[in-house]
Ligand binder design. Sequence first.
Ligand SMILES: O=C([C@H](O)CO)[C@H](O)[C@H](O)COP(=O)(O)O
Length: 429
Amino acid sequence: MATPTLQVALDLLDLDRAVEIAAEAVQGGADWIEVGTPLIKSEGMRAVRTLRERFPNNEIVADMKIADTGAIEVEMAAKSGAGIVCILADADDAVIAEAVRSARKYGVRLMADLINVSDPLARAREVAGLGVDYINAHVGIDQQMIGRSSLDLLHRLTGEVNAPIAVAGGLDAGTASAAVAAGATIVIVGSNIIKAADVTAATRRVREAIDHPEIRPREKESPDAVIRRLFEAVSAPNVTDAMHRKGAMAGIISICGRVRAVGPAVTVRTVSGDWAKPVEAIDIARPGDVLVISNDGRKDISPWGELATHSAKNRRLAGIVIDGAVRDVDDIREMGFPVFATATVPNAGEPLGLGEINTEILCCGQEVRPGDWIVADESGVVVVPRERAYEIGRRAMEVRKTEERIREEIRRGRTLSEVSELLKWEKRR
Ligand SMILES: O=C([C@H](O)CO)[C@H](O)[C@H](O)COP(=O)(O)O
């Protein structure tokens, strides 16, 4: 079997950072350098020209995602130094035919990207017939976030299409290895290389994995276990970033300092510190759940204290979130159990049984429904609608990865303003 090609996808906005990351990736064993679509949109053909000049021994791939004017866009990329130009497989046949003619004229190759194609096998055969050089079994970044898999797409194509197959979409060392074992000859990796603090080491891991491909049995995890794993790996700020600044409860803090709570919500509505329903809810909740209690925002009377915390801990609940006050703070701190509240006050209410369990509630300004996911840490509490939990978990992981690389660049001496190019990206009015 020929050695597979490793293409690093520079999905970045800043050319200087892209050059630095490309150099580290090449050192780790990347063969082809992809000028990612975001980089092309941000910096234009200057990015292709610069990378061509700086990496004379590596193939430059321009991910133009051509949808129209096939000839002129191929010409631009070719004249800027790309050896391979990407076109959408979904583009009209007329666009593809023109792009192929232009590619032949300027001596470059075309890669057709199957992103969002409804019948990928049929279209892959058609575009190969039109003269495209490579087929890319690509699941886009937003599609990955809702659970689509590039390996599944690849499996539908290998052995069925008369062209070399590339694969892209959320690959890491493990899935890249499986992709080569399944027949891919070009492996494209973006996020899992370019967002790593140590890009060279991350590239090397993928390089070694694809040079010794193996099909590893896929782990069987329940959807809830996957969501929990994702949320346990990120912070509450990562989650609200992933939700476009939404989901954060206002005015609530951790009573026990450095603790975290992650889990689906069991909701409780109570009134005037009545502690009956909050305590009954402990018996209804499953291990790993988070009790989310609304005490109508009253901060002068506690529906929760040490004995309830003890009971919740025994039942292995993940934590307690209260829009209201809590008492016995010293004992709760000693237990180290995650309790988040808006106030502390020593007096409790009466257990009258007023209120409801597992209905929709409003907690610190956020609507919480039973089963919505809660991610709470020292920064505060975020609620994630249950139907978007997997997607937000994936996106929060991407936020975390992006920050890993930024942190590393700050460690090397850049300022946050420089790394983020704040002046360039301030909103123009
Ligand atoms: O083509 C890509 C995407 O559409 C953004 O332009 C990526 O380069 C491709 O998906 C590879 O990146 P990862 O999915 O982050 O590995």
